[in-house]
Design a binder for this molecule. Structure first.
Ligand SMILES: N[C@@H](CCC(=O)N[C@@H](CS)C(=O)NCC(=O)O)C(=O)O
Length: 241
């Protein structure tokens, strides 16, 4: 299997957590893919374009051992979970599953809207749209408050929790590393005033699937040449199917 993903390990990647939790880490070839800038902040243009296998040109994109392309983090996590030989992240159909999927969707929306705010910050300061921040931030704050309530109870670990770690850590990453200064809540700390959420998060940082990559250097080859070799292999095998 190959996982094309952006190797910014300053935040927790749901697809990497799912790979690790499933016990499939050693079977995965991790292919560094920069949709925009690399880790040095240099725009990569189309040197890492996934267009031959994904019309959305987005990471993460998974290629299975049968050369099937699965894109979108949610289908990828479901696929990995279906092959799990360790900790399952998706409960069977029933209330526990619907709750996990609800929390997953909530976190995914927080993540994707935080990406939107970060990208808004790439514009020159005078061209940023304040209404984007005013629309998104109240949703995020309500979610954080709901998380604080939920974390009063003992939590298991399912796809909703993995997605929550992804979203919260990405928000941290955004406020620490992006040049954008949020006009409403610069350098916002989700832990402040939310002790139960803060405690849960700290505990989660010790989970092996998080330790696997979070705040660690990417150890592989992140050159465009390696990316292109891996992509060409996929295109070739798909052409032969
Ligand atoms: N719904 C997708 C969203 C993934 C996503 O937003 N990926 C971003 C990187 S953070 C991307 O590849 N952006 C490139 C682009 O939109 O051109 C998922 O969950 O996988």
């Amino acid at each position: 299997m190959k996982l094309f993903y952006s190797p910014f390990h300053g935040f927790i990647h749901k697809a990497l957590v799912a790979t690790h939790e499933a016990g499939l880490w050693d079977e995965m070839t991790f292919v560094a893919t920069y949709p925009f800038r690399n880790r040095e902040g240099v725009d990569q243009g189309d040197r890492y374009s996934l267009l031959p296998i994904n019309p959305l040109d987005k990471v993460p994109t998974l290629v299975t051992d049968d050369w099937q392309v699965v894109y979108g983090s949610e289908p990828i996590c479901q696929y990995l979970d279906s092959r799990s030989r360790a900790h399952r992240l998706y409960p069977d159909p029933g209330p526990a599953r619907w709750d996990a999927l609800r929390r997953h969707d909530r976190a995914q929306t927080v993540f994707e809207t935080t990406v939107m705010m970060n990208m808004e910050g790439w514009r020159p300061e005078t061209e940023r749209h304040l209404d984007v921040y005013e629309w998104i931030w109240p949703k995020i704050l309500r979610v954080l408050d709901e998380l604080e309530e939920e974390c009063r109870e003992e939590q298991g670990f399912d796809i909703g929790h993995a997605a929550t770690l992804h979203a919260l850590s990405y928000g941290d990453f955004g406020s620490r590393f992006y040049e954008a200064v949020d006009p409403l809540y610069p350098r916002y700390d989700f832990r402040a005033g939310r002790p139960h959420l803060a405690a849960w998060y700290e505990t989660m940082l010790e989970r092996p699937s998080v330790v696997s990559h979070y705040n660690r250097d990417f150890a592989g080859d992140d050159s465009p040449e390696f990316f292109q070799t891996q992509l060409a292999e996929v295109v070739k095998h798909r052409g032969e199917r």
